[in-house]
Design a protein around this ligand. Sequence first.
Ligand SMILES: *[C@@H]1O[C@H](CO)[C@@H](O)[C@H](O)[C@H]1NC(C)=O
Ligand SMILES: *[C@@H]1O[C@H](CO)[C@@H](O)[C@H](O)[C@H]1NC(C)=O
Ligand SMILES: *[C@@H]1O[C@H](CO)[C@@H](O)[C@H](O)[C@H]1NC(C)=O
Ligand SMILES: *[C@@H]1O[C@H](CO)[C@@H](O)[C@H](O)[C@H]1NC(C)=O
Length: 469
Amino acid sequence: MDDGVKMLAVMVEVCCQKKKLLEELGENRLPYVTPADADFHQLWKTKYSKLIFRKSDTVPEELHQMVQEGFLTLRKHDCFFQDLVRIKGKDFVTPVSRILIGNPGCTYKYLNTRLFTVPWPTEGYDINYCSPQIHDACKALIRLNDYLHIEAVKALQRQNLFETKEIKDTTVIDREQNFATSLTAKGSVSKDQSSCCVPEDDYISLKNRTSYNLTLLNYMDPLQMLYLKQEPYFGMGSMAVSWHHDENLVERSTVAVYSYSCEGSAMEESNEQKLKGRDPAVWHVGLKVAWDIETPGLAIPLHQGDFYLMLDDLNMTHQHCVLAGFSPRFSSTHRVADVEFEWLRQFWFQGKRYLKCTDWWLKPMAKLEEFWRQMEIMTSLVLSEVGKEQQIEEQRNETISCFLLVLTERQRLRKEWTARCQSEAAESLPEDQKPECHPFWTDDECNMPLPYDLEEIIANLQNLVQWGE
Ligand SMILES: *[C@@H]1O[C@H](CO)[C@@H](O)[C@H](O)[C@H]1NC(C)=O
Ligand SMILES: *[C@@H]1O[C@H](CO)[C@@H](O)[C@H](O)[C@H]1NC(C)=O
Ligand SMILES: *[C@@H]1O[C@H](CO)[C@@H](O)[C@H](O)[C@H]1NC(C)=O
Ligand SMILES: *[C@@H]1O[C@H](CO)[C@@H](O)[C@H](O)[C@H]1NC(C)=O
């Protein structure tokens, strides 16, 4: 409970600080740098060293071609969707359209919405794709995934070597601490591992933290957007994605981002824009140090085929945003996702979008729904059992109180999901993307053991514990 209170205090503080900072700023903006500024590289090296950037010409041409064709295929087959997310209890449709591709059965939750992977071709799995082109696109993305995994391992090893060299003349203790913080989340380095090579455990953990099991693909055409938020602190211009930390990833895991902006004929960099700040025609990734208004921000231009890596704890110490250019842009963001629950309603909430690419999820979802039905039946059995008066009162009291917690939570979630399915934002979606509130049933559907609305059952149980009847 103490933790809960502390957390709440921090959240209130966060909100107030943000508001206060914006008020103090008024018309002024904090400084930020781009590669055109003299101090860019110095700042990068000292304050943003865990951001690794690679130009497109370091990536094999054949891979570029496969992946870029894959993006266009997925767009052609209407596989990208704007997500209906929930932020602080409010529903929004994201400006960016997305699709999740990855290991069969993996999911990724962001802003309270869980996305389900369109599986990439995986040995031992029989996957139906709606077209051979979609198969090829998914295959291209797993190739990119393999490539980025190797690049991330190299980058992490290089950083580690670099750090070991730098601290050569400090004490062994220091080296150990530095080593521990640079490589492992929790101190798995013991005294006798202080020198030379990377211990086996750390090597595995290094591999683990770059073994991406999925990629979240993003797509946005800025010219199709009526309105994009302006970056508020630095004046970096239009944002496709606001400042954020990434959620629900394995701790200290790397995120790798491949960027493909369709810069063409009309989309030359605007030349007269060399005055100050970033070029609004070009997509950028923006970075800032969290809770720090002294360190200037960073805006890094992303041209066709560039990629970058966010290593280790960069996500915790920094925030990032995506600054829109003028041309349409795809990105593929590779992640090591945390495992989580809460699937059934999340899946149907996104309507039938997954059928655009594959029917893979129908089977696991049917299975899950079967388990869920059994859970409803078990619930009704427990209910009729506690209604009987065979138990001694104290025991019964305990059972009911415990059970009440579960039912109250279930009722709360059902209410929340019903509301999400009926929100204005949901209503605004095209018919084939409208969320489905499922499972849902009315009282006259007699094949369900309990009502959908648990209000009355909860009230009855509360009476039972209170009055002991
Ligand atoms: C690496 O991942 C595997 C499988 O997820 C896990 O069993 C193992 O404990 C992890 N190792 C480290 C060092 O994190
Ligand atoms: C990213 O950073 C935020 C804020 O520090 C944290 O809440 C979140 O868990 C982090 N995510 C990962 C994957 O480390
Ligand atoms: C993704 O991979 C990591 C590391 O191997 C693993 O710990 C995690 O459970 C995987 N996530 C999912 C959703 O399977
Ligand atoms: C049962 O629980 C209620 C409310 O929590 C309490 O007032 C009552 O004294 C309890 N009865 C017994 C026998 O423990």
